[in-house]
Design a protein around this ligand. Structure first.
Ligand code: DAH
Length: 338
């Protein structure tokens, strides 16, 4: 048995495997089910018990030696194989391009920052609404055309469930829930049944402002909007208020800002008027206050609402509204450094 052990050891020690395949063959030849070492263990069972002690030790040593050496070869082969892989460390790194914020988000965040400075907090409401929050509580008369299917996306009729057509609905939600005074801005998506073109879309974004307290006046509204215009479009920006009509404000106005491109002289962007229309506003109609459980003799307020796409178009000189919704990276990449 001694002789067999040394024979096997010698045979094993003469080997020099070069690959994983070689190594696997060796493992099977020596340690496999019919391998040399395994067979010797079989033989070992039948030798006289007084010899077992002596040979058992030698046999176990041989097995451990072979196992260890196979492990050692394995590590060697593996480390060689990785260093043989073709790696060109002089190659340029793979260009990873980072995303950027969408221009609508950029403008929305900027608006929030501007009004936050004046004490306005963000207030949000649902996109799926009912007639009360979008129309009735805002003093829309029963037969108002905005309630028409041509203008509004209805989910069900009677009871009316619809997609909000303006963020003014969030005014109603805040009056319902919040204690006075209220000073909120409400950004969000709105939906209108409109044909899609360069100037109109069926989905767009608005931001609404509402301030209700004792003694809130039109002068407060004007000063707030002037501050906003200067922050958003530059300190030399002028504003102008034109009388207008909304069911929920009285008096109502539309605000224009002086055209930045021509400095008010007139150009193709401002259609040679020197002015650009940016928002609607007014003093909250006392009817709206009363409809929402606020005493209009004690309290007054102002409100305003604007399209975020419109502000972004003026700010970034974007001529086609559809670009905001197409997710074309060539368009979006331009806003990386803003
Ligand atoms: N809700 C109006 C719209 O969608 C915008 C608006 C005008 C909001 C005047 C107001 C406001 O809060 O006072 O066109």
């Amino acid at each position: 048995m001694d002789l067999k052990i040394s024979e096997i050891r010698e045979r094993f020690n003469n080997l020099n495997p070069k690959s994983r395949e070689d190594l696997e063959k060796i493992r099977i030849e020596f340690l496999g089910r019919n391998g040399h070492v395994t067979k010797l263990f079989e033989e070992f069972k039948s030798i006289p018990s007084e010899l077992k002690r002596e040979f058992g030790k030698g046999l176990n040593t041989l097995k451990t030696e072979i196992q260890n050496k196979i492990q050692e070869w394995k590590s060697e082969i593996e480390s060689n194989s990785t260093s043989n892989v073709d790696i060109d460390i002089t190659l340029q790194e793979y260009p990873i391009s980072f995303g950027s914020r969408h221009p609508i988000s950029l403008v929305k965040n900027e608006l929030i920052e501007i009004f936050k400075y004046l004490g306005f907090t963000v207030y949000e409401g649902p996109e799926i609404e009912d007639d009360w929050h979008v129309f009735s509580a805002l003093n829309f008369p029963e037969e108002h055309p905005a309630r028409d299917m041509q203008d509004t996306f209805f989910i069900t009729k009677g009871p009316d469930v619809l997609l909000r057509t303006h963020t003014s609905s969030v005014q109603v939600r805040s009056m319902e829930k919040e204690d006075l005074p209220i000073r909120v801005i409400c950004p969000g998506r709105v939906f209108r049944n409109e044909a899609i073109s360069a100037r109109a879309h069926c989905i767009f974004h608005q931001i609404e402002g509402l301030y209700i307290d004792k003694n809130v006046s039109f002068a407060d509204l004007k000063q707030t909007l002037l501050y906003f215009a200067k922050e958003m479009f530059g300190t030399d920006t002028k504003i102008r208020l034109r009388p207008s009509y909304f069911p929920f404000t009285e008096p109502s106005a539309e605000m224009d800002v002086s055209c930045k491109l021509c400095g008010g002289k007139g150009c193709s962007v401002c259609k040679y008027t020197g002015w650009l229309e940016v928002l609607g506003c007014g003093m909250v109609d006392p009817n709206v206050l009363e409809l929402n459980g606020i005493d209009s003799k004690k309290y007054s307020g102002f409100a305003f609402g604007m399209g975020i796409e419109r502000i972004a178009m003026l700010k970034y000189q974007v001529k086609d509204l559809r670009l905001y919704f197409e997710n074309d990276v060539r368009f979006l990449n331009q806003f990386k450094n803003w």
